[in-house]
Design a binder for this molecule. Structure first.
Ligand SMILES: C[S@@+](CC[C@H](N)C(=O)[O-])C[C@H]1O[C@@H](n2cnc3c(N)ncnc32)[C@H](O)[C@@H]1O
Length: 169
């Protein structure tokens, strides 16, 4: 897969100035404050959409995925990196405790505040497994959904393609 030559960065209003535009890749075309569930872009305008640790924070995940599908060109790809819940419930509890402990430790060491990173297990608690997310992408119409998991399923990179043929939406 070759990388796009021009980027558009999208983030929510309150965080975009800090996270969306800095550090900016030299070929960043624009920074846009927008809700992932209502992207202000024409259909079929992007070759690829990259989401880093974002989708588990989207309150309307299915709508956001519909939006990603809509703005992708046919044959375009969604690549997402995020935290997920491991499949087994005892492992979920262990993993959340691990993230909480690590987050509190590094929050104190790096920022003097234990709560800086503990939002991660908080936001993950009610999320889903990497397998469930693959199934959701499938259901939303994406093709060739592929996942590579790390940390016993606690982190995953997903790839999913918009079908070449246009959908009716
Ligand atoms: C944990 S940060 C990750 C930031 C960046 N991608 C990174 O990896 O450093 C989560 C990001 O999701 C964005 N976000 C959360 N909800 C959103 C929404 N509904 N629409 C657009 N962006 C959203 C926030 O602006 C925030 O920048």
């Amino acid at each position: 897969m070759s990388f796009p030559t021009e980027w558009t960065s999208v983030g929510s209003v309150w965080q975009l100035p800090e996270q969306g535009c800095r550090p900016a890749p030299t070929n960043l075309r624009q920074c846009v404050s927008a809700d992932a569930a209502a992207l202000p872009f024409a259909s079929t305008s992007f070759d690829a959409v990259f989401i880093g640790y974002g989708l588990r924070n989207f309150p309307r995940l299915s709508t956001a995925l519909e939006e990603v599908y809509r703005v992708l060109k046919p044959g375009g790809v969604l690549v997402s990196l995020d935290f997920f819940l491991p499949e087994r419930s005892w492992l979920q509890r262990l993993y959340l405790a691990y993230l909480y402990g690590q987050g509190a430790f590094w929050g104190v060491v790096l920022h003097g505040r234990s709560r800086v990173y503990t939002y991660i297990p908080d936001s993950l608690r009610s999320f889903m497994s990497a397998k469930s997310f693959s199934r959701l992408l499938d259901k939303m119409g994406f093709a060739e959904v592929t996942a590579r998991t790390f940390l016993l399923g606690g982190i995953s990179v997903h790839w999913a393609w918009r079908r070449d043929r246009s959908r009716t939406t």
